[in-house]
Write a new protein. Structure first.
Length: 315
C-alpha cells in the first residue's frame, strides 16, 4: 500500500503541540525549538494542505474550523504510533503510565509520594504530565488524570474522590508579626495571596465569602499569582494569607509551617476527580493498581489531616 499523500511529519508534530497547548511559546519549550521554527513549520503545513489551520486575526492561538477537524485526525493518527513505539521499546522493560495533573497537585502532593509508588510498583515507569488547564490534557498525553473541578468531566471515565475543604492559612511568622486575627472581619487588614482569576476552576476569595454566607471583604493589599504552588510558597515565606486546599497543604499544617488564619473552613461541592481515558489503547494497560494506589494515598492524606487539624466546617 502506497502511503500518499503524506504531509511533512515534523510540521504535524509542531501543529499538534501548538494546538494542544494553545501557545507557540509552550509548544516551542516542549519541543526544544524556537517559536520561529514552530511558525515556519505550521506555515509549511498550511502551504502543503492549501488551507488555513490557525486564525491569525487574534493574538492567541485559535484554530479555524478546518484546523479543529485536522487536529482531531492528527491526534487520533499519532496516538497508535506512540503506543506501538512504547510497546516495542517497552521503556527498558517497564510499563509506562502517564498521570496528568496540575502543577500544584504534582509538586505539592504527587511528587512527594513517588518513592512509595516505586516501592510498590517497581516495574511501572511513572510519567507526570503537569498542565494547569485540564482541558489541555488531551489525546495520548495521559492514561490517568487528577484534577480539581466544579463538575464531572464530560469525557472519559471519572471517579469523584471527595469534596474539598478550604481554610485561610499563613505562616506562624506572619501571624506573630501581624496577628492575632480575632474574627473574619479582621482579614481586611491583611495581605491576601490571590490565585489568578483566569484559573476559574479554583475557589476565589469572593467565592469563599459567598459560599459561607459572609459579606465580601477587600484586603489591605493583594498579591496576584498565577500558580497555586507559588501562592503557597508565598504564604510559607510570610508574605500574606492564602486560601489553603487541605489535601494540598496537609503536610504543611501537620508540620506547623502553615497555620489557620481564622477558624472557619469551607466544605465545597467541588471535587478532585481521577479521570481515565476512554480509549482502547489505554484500556489495554493494567492501570487498576494505579487507581487503587492513588485512592489509598488520598485516604491516607485524609486520615493524617483529621488527626492534625480541628477546624469548624461549614457547608
Amino acid at each position: 500500500m502506497k502511503l500518499s499523500p503524506l504531509p511533512p511529519f515534523r510540521a504535524l508534530l509542531y501543529f499538534e503541540a501548538t494546538a494542544r497547548l494553545g501557545s507557540f511559546t509552550q509548544a516551542a519549550n516542549e519541543l526544544h525549538v524556537t517559536q520561529g521554527a514552530i511558525s515556519r513549520q505550521i506555515a509549511l503545513l498550511e502551504e502543503y494542505l492549501a488551507t488555513t489551520l490557525l486564525d491569525r486575526t487574534t493574538r492567541s492561538v485559535k484554530l479555524t474550523k478546518t484546523g479543529k477537524r485536522y487536529l482531531h485526525v492528527v491526534q487520533k493518527s499519532l496516538q497508535p504510533l506512540v503506543q506501538a513505539t512504547a510497546e516495542i521499546t517497552h521503556w527498558q522493560g517497564k510499563q509506562q503510565i502517564t498521570i496528568a495533573t496540575s502543577t500544584a497537585l504534582a509538586s505539592m502532593w504527587l511528587i512527594p509520594k513517588i518513592s512509595d509508588f516505586n516501592l510498590h510498583y517497581p516495574d511501572i515507569e511513572l510519567r507526570i504530565f503537569a498542565v494547569d488547564n485540564p482541558f489541555n490534557s488531551q489525546g495520548s498525553e495521559y492514561d490517568l488524570a487528577i484534577y480539581y473541578l466544579r463538575h464531572p468531566p464530560q469525557h472519559g471515565k471519572s471517579i469523584p474522590l471527595h469534596a474539598e475543604e478550604i481554610v485561610p492559612v499563613c505562616s506562624p511568622q506572619y501571624m506573630d508579626k501581624y496577628g492575632p486575627i480575632g474574627d473574619i472581619n479582621d482579614l481586611k487588614e491583611h495581605t491576601w495571596l490571590t490565585l489568578d482569576e483566569s484559573l476559574t476552576h479554583w475557589i476565589s476569595w469572593d467565592d469563599w465569602f459567598d459560599k459561607l454566607g459572609l459579606p465580601r471583604l477587600k484586603p489591605k493589599r493583594r498579591i496576584n499569582i498565577n500558580s497555586y504552588s507559588m501562592v503557597i510558597q508565598a504564604a510559607l515565606s510570610g508574605q500574606g494569607i492564602a486560601l489553603g486546599w487541605k489535601n494540598l497543604i496537609d503536610s504543611y499544617l501537620h508540620a506547623g509551617s502553615l497555620v489557620p488564619a481564622v477558624n472557619r473552613t469551607l466544605h465545597t461541592n467541588y471535587k478532585f476527580y481521577i479521570i481515565e481515558q476512554d480509549d482502547e489503547l489505554v484500556r489495554r494497560k493494567n492501570i487498576q493498581p494505579i487507581f487503587d494506589w492513588l485512592i489509598d494515598q488520598i485516604d491516607h492524606s485524609e486520615r493524617e489531616f483529621s488527626v492534625a487539624t480541628d477546624f469548624e466546617t461549614l457547608a
